[in-house]
Design a protein around this ligand. Structure first.
Ligand code: SF4
Ligand SMILES: [Zn+2]
Length: 356
């Protein structure tokens, strides 16, 4: 696989105009974080190819995403959570893991069979997580069943994945593909890689005996509600050929992003929860586990309906995540569904949002 350099990331990839705007916006950030503390950690439940497991999700605080430093994706505010200076040492990263283990011991009755590690970047990028740390983390969790590590396709490499596979862990790489449509990924998300790179990464993971979990983003800026729905329906089906699990997540408005600027000026509305339900219902027959975890549901900056039915629809989505049964959506209804239908039919990308 190609070795990315900051120069390559900086020029000629993504849209220069998008990168320029994102750099200016990110320049406003003021927060700094302790390299000995993870960005976030929590316990949840996840549907995997080998069953539903209690999961420990860790967001490691690494130096942050290199692409984000060049400008980065239009919706991603994670760089604002990175440490100052750019890199975090092995010892500090292992301190973060210890904080997560302590959190698990305090908040769960048993050890989680599933460990998911995200870095707001690439866990497999050795400038973010050195090889020494990666191996130590694999050993730390060798008594668990499954492991998910997040990475951009460039860094997926069979030798790195072998650290986990050789510990007898069912290993998956979580790839933030966002959409299977190259034009939308480049022009709306400002992400630099192509669907073909994702396919190559899935082949590399397969050669290591690992699987792929694809993350999709519903409704990046500049797409109307109906375009966003169609983009997700086709993306879920195309991804299912290469990934055993697809996590389709609605865009939310994060601070210090282009999406935030657009939203502030009335030019962006996160997707309706009805749209999320519609994609899940339509793609229920795809050959993959398809889940969604709407963050900030029901709020103006998160995916939302009318305010009355948001919790109910969110509950149906979470039900679907575990049972994969599209009939859960027949049991929820609300008057606002008529408004949503009108938006889907009438909204155009040059005159939106049509409704709040
Ligand atoms: S979405 Fe991922 S690749 Fe894009 S800027 Fe954020 S962390 Fe980097
Ligand atoms: Zn409603």
């Amino acid at each position: 696989m190609s070795e990315p350099s900051p120069d390559v990331y900086e020029r000629g990839r993504g849209m220069d105009a998008h990168n320029k705007v994102m750099r200016e916006i990110r320049g406003l950030k003021e927060k700094h974080y302790d390299p000995h503390e993870p960005t976030r950690v929590w316990i949840d439940e996840d549907n995997t190819p080998s069953g539903v497991y209690q999961s420990l999700t860790i967001i490691l605080n690494t130096g942050g995403c290199r692409w984000a430093r060049a400008g980065g994706c239009t919706m991603c505010g994670y760089v604002a959570e990175s440490v100052e200076g750019g890199t975090v040492e092995h010892e500090a990263l292992m301190d973060q893991i210890q904080v997560c283990l302590d959190h698990e011991e305090e908040n769960a009755e048993e050890k989680s069979p599933l460990i998911k590690i995200y870095t707001s970047g690439s866990f497999l990028d050795e400038r973010e997580v050195p090889a020494e740390t990666r191996k130590a983390i694999a050993e730390t969790f060798s008594d668990r069943t499954r492991m998910v590590v997040e990475s951009l396709p460039d860094f997926v490499d069979r030798e790195k994945l072998d650290d986990f596979v050789s510990e007898d862990l069912e290993t998956d790489v979580a790839v933030g593909l966002e959409t299977a449509t190259d034009r939308v990924r480049r022009d709306c998300v400002n992400k630099y890689f192509a669907f073909d790179d994702f396919i190559a990464a899935s082949e590399e993971a397969d050669a290591a005996g690992a699987g792929i979990k694809a993350y999709l983003l519903m409704k990046p800026p500049f797409l109307s509600e109906s375009e966003a729905i169609e983009d997700m329906k086709s993306s879920v089906r195309r991804c299912a050929e290469y990934a055993h699990t697809v996590s389709m997540n609605p865009c939310n408005v994060q601070r210090y992003t282009m999406v935030d600027e657009l939203h502030f000026r009335g030019g962006y509305r996160p997707p309706w929860l009805w749209s999320v339900a519609e994609v899940l219902r339509d793609t229920a027959d795809a050959d993959a586990i398809v889940v969604s975890d709407p963050v900030g549901h029901g709020s103006e900056r998160g995916p939302h309906n009318c305010g009355e039915c948001d919790d109910l629809v969110q509950k149906a989505i979470k039900d679907f995540d575990i049972r994969q049964d599209p009939s859960v959506f027949e049991q929820v209804d609300c008057d606002c569904k008529g408004t949503w239908r009108a938006v889907v039919e009438e909204e155009t990308s040059y005159a939106m949002p049509l409704a709040k």
